[in-house]
Write a protein that binds this ligand. Structure first.
Ligand code: NOJ
Length: 582
């Protein structure tokens, strides 16, 4: 299983054990915009190429805003578009207050912001607080000597004597000048997390690539500088941030070894439990201060967290628990990416129910730029689109804000490279063949059945266009009322206006039904959502909703004219959303 996915799914089982307790937000007319939002992640390299260099750019996003408006998107989250050597395709930032020339410039960004605003679409930026690029001026200065003004902006250490008893083979592999890294910590992307710098005769810590040194968040100057960069963008009008790798800001001051677990990871290193290098409690103090800063701005700016947690109790901490003074929308990765996640009614019933047990609005996510696409993870190869409609139904009819990813609403597939020499993502090169990297979920957006799927005029795109683009594309699906795209549009429109779908509690019915997932969204006019997770027709229980019903959405045409649940068989993989007729 790919590295990030395994990280994503730590101990999801724990959430199955929690007792349900509903914490329903009262419906208020003053709800902040993000509470019911559909947020759409854009990977800027892959969305639209306006200048024909084979790489997407900001003007390419602006050019496609009408499509997003039609879909009903409330906000776009743009993965990092700042100047970057692009080792980690933008997650290695060299300047936090500008735009990478590959993607455009600040004027393009302002135009994008303005055009989006005209379409009632907000813009959320990705903010990488844990690390910078090694080409960032701060790091260049910090690495130059032990006495420069930024000497303490990153996590530096002398290392320990190479003859110290008990050092691991990995530490030995990274020996320099008779010194080895101070502990066994590993980079998530392979090898020791410590890199030697001759000018300082010290190691620096990097949780991710060598080119991504970790900032020292114990230094108040770092916090100030990073908050200033966020103000730069908030002042420009962005609606908030998605906080990258937020749990990793702090490391154990004693640098204790992380406990080893059996086996090796996809990069061939020992498995470790990141007890001392991840999720340290100090991070919550930073988040509270950050939230207070962001709250000084008008218009409900939002903080979204990349929060892979082992269970819902841990997830709740990112809201600030009862105080609710941290992130408004930490991502719930448990339903969509849990290690046991599968296309199964029981799985969704259990995890959706527990997802409600947080002191804030849940944010459901099934797709992002780090994991194989949900259509493949939940598909069976024969009914992928039907199953994707079921997943879309879960995403858009649950009591939650919803996060989707470019390509998901049209059913773009994961196109993992077949040969190592074609891989762009460095972890796919070092980890081949166990880890093939994340290129598969980052291929160019499929707009049309024309050349390069309408993504670029250049025949050489940074990743190849997936061959299914002739049928899986916006233009073709736009013309087909039964397409996945139309299903998304329909559900997004429905959830926007329907009071029960917006705020109604989720009441799970038929709890022992292993094939059909049924829940009612409570309200003066409740909404009943029924989804058949099986490949055979399933009987509906008329008691789920007695009396006459009106169909709000049905993925199978045979259901649309029905006026009651009595005696109905739910076709294979069908989703049916109804409300009492009166
Ligand atoms: C999480 C991002 O989603 C991923 O793409 C990136 O490689 C790491 N954080 C490091 O920034």
């Amino acid at each position: 299983m790919p590295l990030l996915r395994r990280l994503a799914s730590r101990l999801a089982l724990a959430c199955l054990l929690l007792t349900p307790m509903a914490l329903n937000a009262a419906q208020t007319p003053t709800d902040p915009w993000w509470k019911h939002a559909l947020i759409y992640e854009i990977y800027p390299r892959s969305f639209g190429d306006s200048n024909g260099d084979g790489i997407g750019d900001l003007n390419g996003i602006t050019a496609h805003l009408d499509h997003l408006q039609e879909l009903g998107v409330d906000a776009i989250w743009i993965a990092p578009m700042y100047p970057s050597p692009q080792i980690d395709f933008g997650y290695d930032i060299a300047d936090y207050e500008s735009v990478d020339p590959k993607y455009g410039n600040l004027a393009d960004f302002d135009r994008l912001l303005k055009s989006a605003r005209q379409r009632h679409i907000r813009v959320i930026l990705d903010m990488v607080l844990n690390h910078t690029s090694d080409k960032h001026a701060w790091f260049v200065e910090s690495a130059s000597s032990r006495s420069n003004p930024k000497a303490d902006w990153y996590v530096w250490n002398d290392g320990i004597d190479a003859s110290t008893p008990g050092i691991t083979p990995l530490q030995k592999r990274f020996a320099h000048d008779g010194k080895v890294p101070p502990n066994n910590w590993e980079s998530v992307f392979g090898g020791s997390a410590w890199e030697w710098v001759p000018a300082r005769k010290q190691f620096y810590y990097h949780r991710f690539y060598v080119q991504q040194p970790d900032l020292n968040w114990r230094n108040p100057a770092v916090e100030k500088a990073m908050f200033d960069t966020m103000r730069f963008w908030l002042d420009r009008g962005v609606a908030g941030f998605r906080l990258d790798a937020i749990s990793t800001l702090f490391e154990d001051p004693q640098l204790r070894n992380d406990p080893e677990r059996p086996g090796t990871n996809d990069q061939g290193d020992p498995n470790l439990h990141s007890l001392y290098s991840d999720n340290l409690p100090e991070v919550h103090d930073v988040i509270r201060r950050l939230r207070a800063m962001v709250d000084t701005y008008p218009d409900d700016r939002v903080l979204i967290g990349e929060t892979y947690t082992p269970d819902v109790a841990e997830l709740d901490k990112w809201y600030g628990g009862e105080r609710r003074d941290e992130l408004q929308l930490p991502m719930n990765m448990l339903v969509g990416f849990g290690w046991q996640a599968r296309f199964d009614a029981n799985w969704f019933r259990t995890t959706l129910e527990s997802s409600q047990q947080v002191h804030g609005q849940p944010l459901l996510v099934f797709d992002n730029h780090d994991n194989p696409r949900s259509i493949d993870r939940f598909g069976d190869g024969s009914h992928d689109v039907q199953r994707a409609k079921v997943i879309a139904t879960v995403l858009l009819t649950s009591r939650a804000a919803a996060l989707t990813y470019y390509g998901a609403p049209i059913g773009m597939a994961t196109a993992t490279p077949k040969r190592r020499e074609d891989v762009q993502d460095p972890i796919g090169i070092t980890g081949w063949p166990r880890e093939k990297g994340r290129d598969g979920e980052r291929t160019p957006m499929q707009w049309t059945p024309g050349p390069q799927a309408g993504f670029s005029s250049n025949t050489h795109t940074w990743l190849p266009v997936t061959p299914d683009y002739t049928t899986v594309n916006v233009q073709t699906e736009d013309a087909d009322p039964e397409s996945l795209l139309h299903w998304y549009r329909q559900l997004v429109a429905l959830r926007r206006d329907n009071p029960a779908l917006r705020d109604g509690a989720m009441q799970f019915l038929a709890r022992d039904n292993a094939q059909v997932l049924v829940y009612r969204r409570e309200g003066a006019k409740p909404v009943l959502v029924m989804m058949n997770f099986s490949g055979s027709a399933q009987a509906i229980d008329g008691k789920w909703q007695e009396g006459a019903v009106t169909t709000l959405a049905a993925s199978d045409a045979s259901l649309r004219k029905l006026t009651s649940l009595q005696g109905v068989q739910l076709p294979p993989y069908a989703a049916w959303v109804v409300t009492p007729a009166h």
